[in-house]
Design a protein around this ligand. Structure first.
Ligand code: SAH
Length: 513
């Protein structure tokens, strides 16, 4: 007993991980591994909750965030928690905004762990002090401007004696100065810097919620910036950059100039499919809220048994029909449970709806014999009639979703096809909100919401979510649009091409970008 306890204790470890400044793409590969491995994740206000989507579903997530004064859990409590969880033999990942050792108290946490005999590793992160300016188009060093960089905190530890920060030194230091924290103290800080001889004309920029879709930047000079910030109602968290390099922003402001910058857009798909849409929208500068409304699951019971039998006999059909990438995935999942050789699929011809489905088939080394131009069921029925002529007595197998529309079955049955419909998968409403996107949506609303299928629409409303006033709706195609209208809503735009790039193009149009 005591021996196994000792073993489990020594298995415990704390990873002090820099979560980067906000954009999940700026997380390090090692940091992501630490999230994937973790049994327990402690995260705070400045570490983007989106990162938690990489965690194991059963991982314990603990918010220990703090917003200036209202500490959720005091530092001492965080240290104790780290020691306690690691002591239970757990893999603990402590996410800290930016870099853990740059004004992040990571050093103190490491000392506590060391003193308690807990193993730890430090995973550096991209600090907001560098990335914030970069995303505002400001290089912190530039050969034409400076050869020195000073990073200081505008937040004085209240327990320290007054003026532990030597503003004279900072004012006299050549080159760029970057200040973290202290937005509220800007009037006194800029005054002190001028008192100690910093040129009042020195350019200054503040970048708020840097690298996220909420990023905002204001600029001025040491003499004016406090007033600019006051007037704009500009609040923490922000990085403050002081120096000639700020002028380069006019030329280099790449992030805020992107077409969808400043637009908050909701994407509703399954957790596994959502990434592609989000990436495209984020690349255009949007602030994307991922709300997976549906989850795809294997079919069950009689459905599953029936499907298995049909897959077993796949080689005997004249045609195999696939109408979604999920259908293809679940078909092959079953297929390779039953067979260990792709040739067992025989000589059946293959029909597909939509480029995504066709691409999935291609991944499995299969070419498509028939694909309608219009990516809808009616389009496929028409294509069959046009290309094949009489369908009388042809045998076909359709790997479909539970409860899918039966337009296709009706048309094919009417044409005399001997159609077997196999329930390959089903969609169920998603109930989890591990990243807090649903909570953020309820709190902050959004500019545009996108729907990629009828089931995402139905499930969205099943989740009890309401659309905030003024939000615009973008739909991927006519069927989805009908479902939206059935909920009593207006479709603001429908994609011309019924696929993800088509939907993204529609969103751009809707946003006037
Ligand atoms: N370890 C962090 C800094 C923690 S101190 C890092 O390396 O970035 C907290 C301060 O960091 C905030 O007050 C703000 O000044 C800055 N900060 C962190 N993330 C930020 C972000 N996304 N945008 C702007 N400022 C940020």
């Amino acid at each position: 007993m005591s021996e196994s306890k000792a073993t489990s204790k020594s298995a415990g470890i704390v990873y002090l991980v820099g979560a980067g400044p906000g954009d999940p793409g700026l997380m390090t590969l090692r940091g992501r591994e630490c999230i994937e491995m973790a049994d327990v994740i402690l995260y705070d206000y400045l570490s983007n909750a989106d990162l938690l989507k990489w965690a194991k579903p059963e991982a314990e997530r603990i918010y220990v965030g703090k917003k200036a004064k209202d500490h959720t859990l005091p530092q001492g409590g965080i240290n104790e928690l780290l020691v306690q969880k690691a002591g239970e033999g757990k893999i603990v990942t402590r996410l800290k905004g930016g870099d853990p050792l740059v004004f992040g108290r990571g050093g103190e946490e490491a000392q506590e762990l060391r003193a308690a005999g807990v193993r730890f590793e430090i995973v550096p992160g991209i600090s907001s002090s560098i990335a914030g300016p970069a995303y505002a188009g400001i290089p912190v060093t530039h050969r034409a401007h400076n050869a020195q960089l000073t990073i200081f905190t505008g937040h004085e530890d209240p327990t320290k004696a007054e003026s532990s920060i030597d503003y004279e030194q900072i004012a006299k230091a050549p080159g760029t100065k970057v200040m973290l924290m202290g937005v509220e103290r800007l009037p006194i800080i800029t005054e002190k810097l001028q008192e100690h001889g910093l040129d009042p004309e020195t350019p200054v920029a503040l970048v708020r919620w840097a690298t996220t879709g909420n990023q905002e930047t204001v600029t001025g000079t040491i003499a004016t910036i406090a007033e600019v910030v006051e007037k704009a109602g500009f609040k923490a968290p922000a990085v403050c950059v002081i120096g000639g390099v700020v002028g380069l922003r006019d030329e280099l402001n790449w992030f805020e100039n992107r077409p969808l910058f400043g637009k908050r857009i909701v994407v509703t798909r399954t957790r596994t499919q959502i990434g592609g849409v989000s990436r495209m929208l984020r690349d255009l500068g949007a602030d994307v809220l991922e709300i997976p409304t549906i989850r795809i699951g294997r079919s069950e019971g009689d459905d599953l048994r029936g499907f298995a039998e049909m897959v077993q006999g796949a080689h005997a059909y004249d045609w195999l029909i696939f109408t979604s990438p999920n259908g293809v995935d679940y078909f092959f999942e079953m297929f390779f449970k039953l067979f260990d050789d792709i040739r067992a699929i025989g000589g059946a011809r293959i029909a597909s709806i939509g480029p995504g489905t066709t691409a999935k088939l291609k991944e499995h080394g299969l070419a498509v014999d028939l694909e309608p131009q219009k990516s809808v069921a009616e389009g496929l029925a028409e294509a069959f009639e046009k290309e094949i002529g009489s369908l009388e007595n042809l045998t076909m197998f359709w790997a479909r979703a539970e409860g899918a529309r039966d337009v296709l079955s009706q048309r094919l049955n009417d044409a005399g096809v001997m159609l077997d419909e196999g329930i390959a998968y089903r969609t169920v409403p998603e109930t989890d909100d591990p990243t807090g996107a649903v909570a953020r949506f309820k709190e902050e609303g959004a500019d545009i919401i996108t729907f990629t299928s009828s089931s995402t629409v139905d499930c969205f409303f099943e989740m009890g979510l309401e659309l905030p006033e003024g939000i615009k709706i973008a739909s991927i195609g006519p069927i989805t649009s009908d479902t939206i209208r059935n909920h009593g809503l207006t479709v603001d735009i429908e994609a011309e091409e019924h696929n993800i790039p088509g939907l993204v193009a529609a969103v751009r149009k809707l946003a006037g970008a």
